[in-house]
Ligand binder design. Structure first.
Ligand code: AMP
Ligand code: MG
Length: 518
């Protein structure tokens, strides 16, 4: 562990809160407040990511030490760590919410590994900070398992994401009202160590802009360009414009991946948008089972469904608009910001084309391919078809003489399946025509295998892991993580992880709906 070297640029180069008092307050003129993790009763490592250990220059023997549990449970610090909570604001569900900040996340420090990569280590659930408002600064085991597993699964799926190093049980209970129905109950607590090159969010820029603190805003922009976008020339006259354009493009790429794999973030507030275009803040997220663009797992959003699956590309654009408005406070010329937003639109269209080509194995994009995808998606929606099983099954369907058996396990409703058959055959005929002078069957299948995961961490599968862990057996966490290491491979013997959502899970909490209570 002494191999970890720290170079804490965020706290070194940006203004901090002069007060060390850990009391809830508005923090002006500063981007962070010094605060130490609050020790826990009995830290115990439940799971680690061996890939992340390796990236940081650690190994399994480090993770097995009591020191590791102490550090990543929040009971000890390594030399060189300078813990802090950062200060940001955000638009929540479309409304400006003012100062939010890291209310339960505490960054330990920025490590630089042997390859020269910078990785910020951040504990989530490490206790109260000046930004905790009325909450307790803690996290429950169930939501921590979800964050740990999904961050690493997304990485293996090829989706830009923050990572997770460790999941540590605290040995303390946390009280939560899971359904917001007045029945608060104690649950086991946990701390996740998440890892990313940067945890800067759109909301970090919005807060100083909202307060008219242009000087602080400018310092943060310059810092972010220097540290997180080192390939940009910080002295170029149009650097802010290239930087914002790149943020737009990265955001588009991230959303394109979400749409490809069927991921619904659930709470796309601007405080949950990473400046690096990483998926960040795994809360009431979920995975599409039957293809339904109107679906959201977040019960808090069940009425308006602002953050439903099909709305994510538009919401990301809206969020970038909020970031642009904040940046406009520095410079009245908004043309470069508008150009950045246009870059989002272009980049997202590219991801749509790539997804169409990849998911259907079309070789190269042609005019009309988006229509082909659209009509398939419409059919999938009407027919209640499992998105993951359908596309994997389609790999084994020969569109010319269709034997539809490979699709058998993708349906949720027999009557709808029967009703949908003629339309499916029609669509397959169009698909066959498109493929006629396209890629070879083997090329098609190979391309599809790379774009369509066999395994995603399905909501009900993760819930089963959580139920087991809550009952004392945490081994399911690394078991599922191991399946998710190779999400595009068929893994004989592990078919159980790829089954469609069973009926009992359709309306069960944790499997189809989640509250923000975490
Ligand atoms: P989220 O919806 O998880 O993105 O959180 C929104 C804001 O609430 C952030 O400022 C969080 O730090 C804060 N927050 C959420 N849960 C807690 C908690 N248990 N204790 C303190 N702050 C929290
Ligand atoms: Mg958040």
């Amino acid at each position: 562990m002494s191999d970890l070297h720290f170079d804490n640029r965020f706290v070194r180069e940006l203004p901090g809160d002069p007060s060390r008092e850990n009391v809830v307050r508005q923090v002006h003129g500063a981007l962070w407040s010094p605060v130490e993790p609050d020790p826990v009763a009995a830290p115990r490592v439940l799971a680690v990511s061996r890939e992340m250990l390796e990236t940081l220059g650690l190994d399994a023997s480090d993770a097995a030490t009591p020191e590791f549990a102490a550090i990543f449970g929040g009971n000890a610090l390594l030399t060189g760590m300078q813990p802090y909570a950062s200060n940001y604001g955000g638009h929540q569900f479309g409304h400006w919410a003012g100062q939010l900040g890291d209310g339960r996340a505490i960054t330990l420090g920025e490590t630089v590994n042997k390859a020269g990569e910078r990785w910020e280590l951040q504990l989530k659930g490490a206790g109260r900070t000046p930004y905790s408002r009325t909450a307790d600064g803690r996290a429950v085991l169930r939501s921590s398992i979800r964050e740990f597993l999904c961050s690493e699964a997304m990485h293996h799926l090829g989706v830009p994401t923050t990572r997770a190093l460790s999941l540590v049980a605290t040995g303390e209970d946390v009280v939560r009202d899971m359904f917001y129905d007045g029945h608060a109950a104690p649950e086991p607590g946990a701390v996740v160590c998440r890892v990313a090159p940067s945890f800067i969010r759109f909301g970090h820029f919005e807060l100083p802009a909202s307060r008219g603190d242009i000087d602080l805003l400018r310092q943060l922009v310059e810092f972010c360009i220097r540290r997180d976008f080192p390939h940009l020339d910080p002295d170029a006259p149009d650097v802010v414009s290239s930087w914002f354009g790149e943020i737009c493009e990265r955001t588009a790429v991230m959303i394109g991946h979400w749409m490809r794999v069927g991921f619904v973030h659930g709470v796309m507030n601007t405080d949950n948008m990473s400046i690096l275009g990483l998926t960040i803040d795994y809360g009431p997220y979920g995975w599409i089972d039957n293809y339904d663009p109107d679906w959201t797992p977040n019960t808090t959003d069940a009425q308006r469904r602002r953050y439903r699956f099909g709305q994510q590309p538009a919401v990301a654009y809206w969020n970038l608009g909020r970031l642009a408005s904040a940046l406009a406070a520095m410079d009245p010329d908004v043309a470069p910001l508008q150009a950045g937003l246009a870059r989002y639109v272009d980049a997202y269209e590219r991801t749509e084309r790539d997804n169409a080509v990849g998911k259907l194995g079309l070789g190269e994009f042609r005019e009309g391919d988006l229509d082909l995808v659209d009509s398939l998606q419409q059919w999938m929606r009407e027919t209640e078809v499992d998105i993951t099983l359908f596309f994997r099954g389609l790999i084994d369907v020969d569109p010319v003489s269709p034997d539809l058996a490979p699709l058998d396990n993708a349906y949720y409703d027999d009557a709808k399946r029967e009703a949908g058959l003629p339309a499916l055959r029609e669509w397959l005929a169009r698909y066959a025509a498109r493929l006629a002078d396209g890629p070879s069957p083997e090329q098609r299948r190979e391309q599809m295998r790379r774009a369509n995961p066999r395994y995603v961490p399905r909501n009900y599968v993760v819930q089963q892991v959580i139920d087991r862990a809550t009952a004392g057996d945490a081994s399911g966490i690394e078991e599922l993580l191991d399946v998710m290491r190779h999400p595009y491979d068929d893994q004989p013997g592990r078919e159980a992880f790829a089954q469609r959502r069973p009926d009992w899970a359709r309306h069960k909490a944790g499997c189809s709906m989640l509250s923000c209570s975490s």
